[in-house]
Design a protein around this ligand. Structure first.
Ligand code: C2E
Ligand code: MG
Ligand code: MG
Ligand code: MG
Length: 292
């Protein structure tokens, strides 16, 4: 059937299907800990208060160390995990690694900071999540207050009525809730005011390369007002250069994360960073230059 054009299209479609089903298969293998499919590993990106010069937290960001493809970034497999019902297993695997890493850091006497994890809506709403979280906290001896769960604005608001009670259960364990990629979802203020949250993470599009844009400056001011209204902390993502830093500093926005300070680092690199912080524990706080 069809001419050469259609045959090519069919062939490409076939190849794409093969890639997708193969990726689903391999991802399941990695989730089940089968070594030939590589490993899913959380790296950590530092979050800093650049006006005070201190490390305030870490965000766990999952990577797939694939034997043939090398390091695979989450944007190419999280959507696949979400659409094939594997996301809960993935999010819990990351949560367990975070608890295990924190336990090791505590045992080494390192100055541990809170860790933020990304949770898909499905994981947040999963019927087992609170029981599983409790169990992990108990097994590793981790305080719920050392964890923050990030859900994107669009995923939270799609089901705001279901999210409210669940968010309360997380917070009852001491965990914090962050609204991720804020400013890119619906910004339905009525829905967002229907549940409590602790932090607004301002999306990179309001942070990087915005100097000189009056429009973005106005929106940023609004977002600061929203955070204040809801008594939530503001954290700006995607800070890449000095110009971004100065722009934020002028607006009194002090909590940031981005490549300017550090990309996500391996757990081993984080141990070195925390070790260096312990050495300085009695010294004055770090300067911005020292944190870079
Ligand atoms: P996100 O939570 O908004 O994470 C921020 C993303 O921006 C990360 O990409 C991070 O590496 C990147 N980034 C950090 N600083 C900068 C910067 O200065 N400039 C730019 N251009 N980018 C920066 P990554 O690691 O590829 O993660 C992408 C998304 O994947 C995350 O977005 C998050 O939504 C999702 N994700 C990551 N890990 C998990 C997980 O364990 N579970 C779930 N459900 N989602 C995850
Ligand atoms: Mg995030
Ligand atoms: Mg984000
Ligand atoms: Mg994002």
């Amino acid at each position: 059937i069809g001419g050469p054009l259609q045959r090519t299209a069919l062939k490409e479609y076939g190849a794409e299907l093969l890639t997708r089903s193969r990726m689903v298969f391999e991802l399941q293998g990695a989730l089940d800990g089968e070594r030939q499919y590589g490993a899913l590993v959380a790296h950590y990106q530092p979050q800093v208060d650049h006006l005070r010069g201190v490390l305030i937290g870490l965000e766990a960001l999952v990577r797939w160390q694939h034997p043939a493809r090398g390091m695979v970034f989450p944007n190419s497999f999280i959507p696949l995990a979400e659409s094939t019902d594997k996301i809960y297993q993935l999010d819990m695997l990351v949560l367990e690694q975070v608890c295990r890493d924190m336990r090791a850091w505590l045992d080494q006497g390192l100055p541990v900071v809170p860790v933020a994890l990304n949770f898909s809506r499905r994981s947040l709403l999963h019927p087992q999540v609170i029981a599983d979280l409790r169990q992990l906290l108990a097994r590793y001896g981790i305080d719920g207050g050392m964890l923050e769960f990030e859900v994107t604005e669009s995923q939270l608001l799609a089901t705001a009525d279901l999210v409210g009670p669940r968010v309360a259960e997380f917070r009852a364990l001491g965990a914090r809730i962050a609204v991720d990629d804020f400013g890119t979802g619906y910004s339905n203020l009525d829905a967002i005011s229907s549940f409590p949250f602790d932090r607004l993470k301002v999306d990179r599009q309001f942070v990087h390369g915005v100097e000189g844009s009056e429009r973005v400056a106005g929106l940023f001011h609004l977002i600061q007002g929203i955070a204040e209204l809801f008594k939530a902390e503001l954290l700006c993502e995607g800070l890449e250069d000095e110009a971004d830093l100065l722009w934020l500093a002028r607006r009194g926005a002090s909590c940031v994360q981005g490549w300017y300070f550090s990309a996500a680092r391996t757990p081993e690199a984080i141990v070195r960073i925390l070790g260096a912080l312990r050495e300085r524990a009695t010294a004055p706080p770090l300067t911005t230059a020292q944190l870079r």
